[in-house]
Write a protein that binds this ligand. Sequence first.
Ligand code: PHB
Length: 393
Amino acid sequence: MRRRNLLKAFGAAATGLAMPSIARAQAATIKVGLINSFTGPAAAFGEMNDKAVRLYLKLNERELGGARIELLNRDDGGPNPDRARQLAQELVVRDRVNILMGATFTPNALAIAPIATEARIPFVITNAATSIITQRSDFIVRFSMTLLQSVTPLGTWAARQGRTAYTMISDYAPGIDAEQGFTRAFTAGGGTIAGSVRMPIQTADFAPFMQRAKDANPNFVMVFVPAGTTSSGVMRAFTQLGLPQANIKLIGPGDLVPEEELVNMGDVALGVNTVFHYSAAGDRPANRAFVEAWHREYGANSDPNFTACASWDSAAAIVRAVKEQNGQITTDRTMEILKNYSAESPRGPIRIDPATRDIVQNEYLREVRRVNGRLMNVEIETLATALRDPGKP
Ligand code: PHB
């Protein structure tokens, strides 16, 4: 009821939300409202999301058969559910978008979910990675990942390499998923958790937490923080406090070493092992084509990261939906196409599980190595193929 009131607060136009989706079907221009973080420590997410979608559309606009996709970018500024909710309302009510896209942060995705439901608008998630998100609206399809998809094989792998681990996570939903998922897999494999710490999400100084991890003297410190400049902060604390000399290894999901931060981290990142579904170094035909197109468009010093890959796949799925409906899209048919999507992605084969609307994908063990003078996440082993979200029954 509160949702309905919130939407009504936008005035008479809000009543249009209850109209059947066919009312939006006349548009030859499909409007996609992209809500993401374009400022703050996670600004790379907005930039990667926008760049990947624009590049895909530029290279594939012929597929649209005369229809046009218009991107409306909105900056939520970081983890800020109130702002995300307000932006989603404005995009739906005022701009009358056909599709919502984006959401780096779980709290923002959870705030947008009821608006997607109320307005009956597909919401294509390009990052937010807490398992439960897709259960909050039948109109959500997630093209990114869940934290459980990466930390589960990570925990199993780590238990084969060492006996003890210390977990260090940002204290909010995806961090809790990462801590619990890793712990479950690591202990199931015979490992022991030497300690764990949950850090406020806004933490920029990781030294006090890293000191506690060092004092516990584990084989591994497993870290999840939202990707971005924060990841470089973790790396700095890890080396400055001398954990490498103490024979402690830094591991985590790939959020720890996003492509665009590797250059800021420098050589201290060499040898860091992570598990993830995408690396710009992935040696697959679809990825080579993606990375080459990216370099041509944005320069050879810029690599796409995991959220660029998710955004590229999201754009491909939206283009397919528009094409299959000859530009006259309805919500029901668009959801059917998105929910049953499969493709040869730059990250490997992907499909959406229609029952959960979550992505099914491979997970790779990677190691930061120098390749042609640049630091890259080199994939060294496929730890899981066609992995569903381990958080779903
Ligand atoms: C999330 O809030 O779900 C989130 C944010 C950043 C990440 C991963 C997950 O790198």
